[in-house]
Design a protein around this ligand. Sequence first.
Ligand SMILES: [Zn+2]
Length: 549
Amino acid sequence: MRLFQYLLLLTLLYSCGRHKGKTADLIIHNATVYTMTDSDQKIEAIAIKDGKIIEIGAERQILNKYSADEYIDAQKRDVYPGLIDAHGHILNYARLKLSVDLVGCKSYDQMLVRIEKYQGKHNRPFIIGRGWDQSIWGENELPNNKKLNELFPDIPVCLFRVDGHALLANDKLIETSNLYERFESDPELNQGGYIVYDNEQQPTGVFVDNAMQPILDILPDFPEADLMREILEIQGELFSYGITGVHEAGVTAKEVRLIEKLIEKDQLSLNIYAMLLPTQENIDFAKKNGVYSNKNLLIRSFKVYGDGALGSRGACLKKEYHDHPGHFGYLTTSLDRMRMIAELCETIGYQMNTHAIGDSANKTVLDIYAGIHTINPDHRWRIEHAQVVDPADQLLFAKYRIFPSVQPTHATSDQRWAEKRLGKDRMKGAYAYRSLLDQFGMIALGTDFPVEYPDPFRTIHAAVERTDIEGYPGGGFYPSEKLTLEECMKGMTIWAALAAFQENELGTIEVGKDATLVIFDKPLRSNVEFQPNFARTTIIKGKKVYSVE
Ligand SMILES: [Zn+2]
């Protein structure tokens, strides 16, 4: 008997010792793990080695089997795959931070005060501001530049609307850009955009979509060092929310080089899925390189602007604007050009991601994609925003396997005026995220920052409750379009990964995938009342990139 016990003890010791012999770099334990897979197995611990998840399971199972260099006791907190913002603009956000920040200005006068303050501090030879939104001032109509001219007669001033689809220029800037002369000599320049006139047929200084081009052509950029500093600061902000990846919705070749410089210096570890703007330089790049990756940067798509935005009446609608008879909006890229880019994408194995806001633009883009679908069934081409889709066209997303990529906070921000633009009838197909999800079975979620805040908890609130953070409107804005919390989290993890061909590395907590995770401070729930939250620890490929401890 005694011998038997001795042998048993020996066996136990041996097996424990042998199992404990397995090593990991990091173990996260005592956690409530949401794997974002369909498995309902209870996961409490994750073993990580060489940047990958090597095992997941119950607390004892992992702790008994591995010894690790580092342990994180999650204290029962929620652990999710690192969040992905499927549509953001890091570069524009960096520029916003270097410009006069006009986001949230409650009046035209407040905007002027901010510009004066900024100019008093920076004394720039060319003032750029970003983020005004006349709907917050209680104005349905776009502003004019009279007061701006009085205040700044000698310095060019360029103020972008929050959606980036319109700008307010002072007369000095209009003069400097030779805008009217350029339109006279090249009438095509004004297609896919418009100049805003007042009731006396005087130009207001507001230019929308393609009509901004002469000004954009002379707009100075900020010094590279300043942009780089801001990008890193933004990265820190994103990490603090648990965001580990961004689908950067439209970059120039110069911006790609800037991102790569930061990656080469090991300063930028955020996963960036960059969509190329279809400039000639980018087209040449794509033809030469095909699918391109450099560490945490992946390039295999083009971002095309199908139409403008609803707020500035550039969205292309099937029927006239409810608050602007005779005006339908427009396509900002011609049909021929969109088809040319689609064919290029098909040839080189790229994805095409087209901005489409209005129901006409959505139908046009769906039709273009439909022609390509028959050739390659797994193209995963996307429509960015899919904001107003005729209910009769929604089934085309399913039929042609087209990914809707939407921003739930747009619904709760635009609710103040969307119906004014569209009228009651068309609202049925507006911000219809539930309907789109039911069609395609997946939906990628983003914020379009800096148009909206990058805060994913606002996205959760907007998607699940369909109210703004003040809880307006009670019961939710078109509540039948609510998503569940789980669907919302999939939209920011696995579905977003699938929308970027990254599902083998990202999007779920599974063995073999990147150890790219977030431990949230508070449990992830949605409530009628908005609940701010943040990450306690954010991990990319097994490395802590952010921690409050
Ligand atoms: Zn965008």
